[in-house]
Design a protein around this ligand. Sequence first.
Ligand code: GLV
Ligand code: MN
Ligand code: MN
Length: 397
Amino acid sequence: MAVDEKRFIQDLHKLRQFGAAGVGKGVIRPAYSEADIAARRWLAERMTEAGLTPHFDPVGNLFGLADGPSLLMGSHSDSQPEGGWLDGALGVIAALEVARSSDQPISVVSFQDEEGRFGVTTGSAVWSGGLAVAQADKLTDHTGETFGSARAAMADLAAGFVDPDQFTGFVEMHIEQGPSLDAQGDQIGVVTDIVGIRDMVVQFDGQQNHAGTTPMHLRRDAFQALSLFNTRLNEQFRNVVTPQTVWTIGHVDVHPGASSIVPGRVRFSMQWRDGDSDRLARMDEIIRTTAQGVAEEMGMGLSFGSLLGLAPVAMDQSLRGVLEDAAEQIAPGRWRLMPSGALHDATNVSRSMPVAMLFVPSIDGISHDFAEETAEADLIAGLKVLECAVQKLTSGM
Ligand code: GLV
Ligand code: MN
Ligand code: MN
């Protein structure tokens, strides 16, 4: 039986209704929010209809299990605080469509907290053995809520962890979330490697004071420390980074956050990504020494939160080859090999089995934004490449 394109698109739109927000097709569905849990319950029902056995594990990862050994496909269904309708959702719904139309055993997964409300791809990191549950439970989001207390909202659904040995491999389809495919007019990307990432919270502690009476030369303004740190860091990185290296200060908490108070504390996220582990380590050193220099010069206290991260990972050659052949069959001359600058659950899953990934274009390269979009023809092309790859895998090519 062939994949049903109409049903696939309809289900993508149904999943979008959970947490639908903002203009266009935006969603707000962070891990363990009401919308996220409702979406997972809805997905579990679709899995049952597809003849799979739904299974929630202790951290909220949802599996739809086929009987016996199977190929695992999927992604995640949580979103960024302001996210698009396809990030993660596409891979889950495409996996569901392939599983229910194939006569081969395909299991489906939606990992929890891929978007890192608490950590970095937390659900798949725990499931794959990269992060102990006890350690994960101590991670906090930006409001101070712990992973342990957030996952309690799904405790009524939770069974044990699924044994990864029952899966022969993992294939994840995703939107590119960058500009390359769209700019080149290509329809499919077959992923070669996923970049590595490091992420930590940094805090400067100065002196909170009155914004009218405190002379500039007597201030210990924590925001000014962050401002100087950012300028220096960009200078320091210049001799170390490549055009592919990226770094981001995406969350800043200036305390207490009032127009008439010199900020006494600033807490901010520092994240950096690159395909080379040595460069990630070098950047780590630069971040720490630059922050120390600023703290000494400006009389600030300085602390670093725990360092989270994932090493760069190459895709499995053989599984990747199957996706390449399928891409050439479905989109001849309109596919390319490419690295992934975004992080994916596949990085963690590669600890347990061969993994491969497939991309479809993101219009104008926009993602992690309500405006994220992909042409319907490209979504369907991706689905067909997955279907074709499953046929090739099970027919022994
Ligand atoms: C995943 O969403 C990432 O941040 O790359
Ligand atoms: Mn994603
Ligand atoms: Mn994402």
